[in-house]
Design a protein around this ligand. Structure first.
Ligand SMILES: NC(=O)c1ccc[n+]([C@@H]2O[C@H](COP(=O)([O-])OP(=O)(O)OC[C@H]3O[C@@H](n4cnc5c(N)ncnc54)[C@H](O)[C@@H]3O)[C@@H](O)[C@H]2O)c1
Length: 337
């Protein structure tokens, strides 16, 4: 094996997606060779800006094709796997539970096994803070030691694979798997999504529509999409003993918001915005998250806050740089479902 090539090669799944298309760029900037496995569920436009980069290659391989993935990993022999490909979000998994299970659990298990068999040293898995579900005590915070109480198939599958990655496989010194529980994401990406709270609310109000808000009092943690790449790069470069078989929430403790706080932050920038509220007494995913562990262990800090992300989206829409924000490619489930 050519060591220098191996050490600089990263295999990323879902690299054409909302989070992945930024991560691919970060890896290229840091000098890595990037092999991206993606079936382009939302098109390939997000890869155009790096399409002719000499260190980038797309393999249009379905991660559910276990044999193809095994062959690819054997052939490429990457140093690290960054695993982002998934059926993403509660609604998408609820709509296609079998596809979600095959993708998020079975294909992930196969990818992990193939990686362990092919000399991969680092494995980063995109998990989610949805794993925590509803807080036990209203008003409290959850952290990495809190009980996981998933309330959707999406979160159940994430919890299951996390457990396999961190606890079930035989621990080896030459393998370093890390699970990252991402907060709810927002912000601008080459694959724009408008089915996420901050992005969707900003878009609706920016386009002059009346915004309908369900359950304005419920808490969620938020994190800018580019900060996930910063976190994954931090983990990739961290000493193994700090990140191996470990889990970190990714976000910032000061970035927990209720929906009302998000709306208020948008209205500061769009004072003429019209909002109406629908009372909702229960939300199975009402949680505030503590992010001290990644800050204290790895020195990770976010670079953007929700109001800054709102400003970016607003400028993007008002300038016309973001065209046709209602297009299906910006949504992970059919718009009219
Ligand atoms: N967006 C969030 O708020 C959030 C929060 C927490 C965790 N995550 C996790 O981060 C990861 C990336 O999320 P995202 O928002 O970028 O999602 P996304 O839907 O924009 O991207 C997913 C990508 O995976 C690809 N893909 C799906 N199935 C595939 C398959 N079978 N084979 C190959 N490629 C396939 C899709 O084509 C797409 O490009 C996911 O694992 C998601 O669960 C996202």
């Amino acid at each position: 094996m050519d060591r220098s090539k191996h050490d600089k090669k990263v295999f990323i799944t879902g690299g054409a997606g909302y989070i992945g298309s930024i991560m691919v760029r970060r890896l290229l900037q840091e000098g890595y060779q990037v092999i991206c496995a993606d079936i382009l569920n939302f098109g390939g436009g997000s890869l155009l800006g790096i399409w002719d980069h000499p260190r980038f290659e797309l393999k249009k391989v379905d991660i559910m094709d276990h044999a193809a993935i095994n062959a690819l990993l054997r052939e490429e022999s990457p140093f690290a796997v960054v695993h982002l490909a998934a059926i993403v979000g509660d609604p998408a998994c609820r709509m296609e539970p079998e596809l979600a299970t095959n993708t998020n659990r079975d294909a992930s298990n196969n990818l992990l096994e193939a990686a362990m068999n092919c000399g991969v040293e680092r494995f980063i898995f995109a998990s989610t803070c949805s794993n925590y579900g509803k807080m036990k005590e209203a008003g409290g915070f959850v952290n990495e030691d809190s009980e996981l109480r998933p309330v959707s198939l999406y979160a159940e599958l994430k919890v299951e694979f996390e457990d396999r990655l961190l606890n079930q496989i035989e621990k080896r010194d030459d393998f370093c798997p890390t699970a990252l529980r991402f907060a709810t994401v927002y912000g601008i990406s080459p694959r724009m999504r408008f089915d996420l709270t901050v992005n969707e609310f900003t878009k609706e109000l920016a386009l002059g529509r009346e915004l309908l808000v369900f359950g304005n009092q419920f808490w969620r943690p938020y994190c800018h999409v580019s900060d996930f790449s910063n976190a994954m790069m931090t983990v990739l470069h961290a000493p193994k003993e700090k990140v191996a078989y470990n889990v970190f929430n990714v976000g910032d403790t000061n970035e927990n918001y209720t929906k009302q706080m998000i709306v208020d932050a948008i209205l500061e920038q769009i004072p003429e915005g019209r909002v109406s509220y629908v009372q909702k007494d229960e939300d199975p995913r009402d949680y505030r998250v503590n992010f001290d562990k990644i800050r204290d262990t790895l020195g990770f800090k976010i670079s953007k806050t929700v109001p800054e992300g709102i400003a970016d989206i607003l400028r993007g829409i008002r300038s016309g740089v973001i065209e046709n924000a209602d297009h299906q490619r910006h949504y992970n489930i059919p718009i009219n479902s």
